[in-house]
Design a binder for this molecule. Sequence first.
Ligand code: ADP
Length: 495
Amino acid sequence: MILVFFIYGLAFFILGFSILLYPKRDSAFKFTDKLGLIAGFGIMHGINEWVDMFKLINKDPQTARVLYLLGLPLLVISFLFLVRFGAVGIIESNAKFKTLKFLLPGLLLAWSILIISSHSHYLSGTVWARYLFGVPGTFLSAYALFLQTVEFEKLGLKSVVKNLKLSAAAFLCYGCLSGLIVPRAGFFPASFLNYDMFLKLTGVPVQVFRTVCAVAIAYTLVRVLSAFEWETKTRIKTLLEDTIKINKDLEAEIEKRKKLEMMKDSLTHMVIHDLNNPLMVLSGNLQLMQMALKENEPVAADMHKKLHVAFQESRHLKNMISNILDISKMEEGKLNLRFEETDLGRLARDAADSMNVIAQQQQKKIIAQTISDLPKVNVDKDMVERILLNLLNNALKFSPAGGVITLEVDCNEEGNSVVVSVKDSGPGIAKEYLDKVFEKFVQVEKDQLKLKGKIGKGLGLAFCKMAVEAHGGKIGVESEPGKGSRFYFLLPCRQ
Ligand code: ADP
């Protein structure tokens, strides 16, 4: 029997200390907080069994008395831990059972009354502790453990679910053996269902069966603790995955920034180069004219041509610089529009006329079509003129010799906006570039365009979009490769 009590107590000690020492900090499992109650039961009951063991070993009457007195409170406290665990676990799973929170004080009260009213306080205290705390404590705990399976079933932790069910079954058996089979007492059912009757029936002391149950409870519940290991592993895995993702995002961001930096560098380079070209032509032609004028030569016929080239290049230069300056001003929100009532039809015709001078030299033509009763719009005239010039410039740049460009000004169907469109017979734009051409620095791939040398800086359309939107309007393009392009923008009419 000494060995039986030793194993009995040891099993519960292992259970209690395993729960206490198992790393489970910050666990998200619902049953983690309550596990301390099972640990409390394990350690208290373990001590109780070892006290019983020492009772068998001890020969000293004084120590025997102390051990005898110690037994009852240890038994009561250990079972109370189970009552609490069962009640909390069940209430947490189903609020319907919230009255269970009164169970523990209720049982304590009943137990106190019963032992006070009995003649043999210690014996009836032990027997009633088993009936009143042992039976409900183990049964409720078994049910509470069974209820915990739901949480682990969802996570697919089959082994944890299996061990929880087995531990619930072990608790049920333990409840029957520990709560119902009690020391013999003078009242029913202890007078009938007791240790002596059990020994007579089975030939084995009930403590042996209880020990088997205790080992089963300890074994299955310690295996349930593997859920925390799984949780830690999963957390580490998620953490690793997150770190890898953050790293990838960071790399992508660095790559993006590098590209942007490179784009800016090449843009600066290109802009300087592009500003330099027209400047060289401009100064060269002006110098030639100055020399001719100094020598008082008659104005040669080609002097007009030189003057024209110089003028054209200066316009180009002015437009590029204005685009760059306006874009940065608009980005910083520092551009103030000067709104005035404007006849867009007239503005369009003027823009077409001025660009037609250049168009004719390239054997191209711009036709302006405007409706007669066009409503006036409140816009910054200079800005809208520059939008028109940018669009016409592009249309000219991309149209083949002999091409006709149509500049149309009309009202939209709803009659609340004026629609301006520039249609050309150029190479068109592939679908994947349609949304992008309005972005800063975006240019259609040279291969796609098959127009070497006609690639600009990707700033003209970005300027147009910002300027149109600053007016509360909308800009867009319809195009198909080989079928020309139609750039259009809408400006709201005065209400
Ligand atoms: P840039 O012409 O200075 O490069 P834009 O912003 O005006 O800058 O145009 C951006 C890109 O859109 C151009 O590089 C060109 O590839 C494409 N694009 C603009 N207008 C046309 C057009 N009418 N036909 C074909 N492609 C065009």
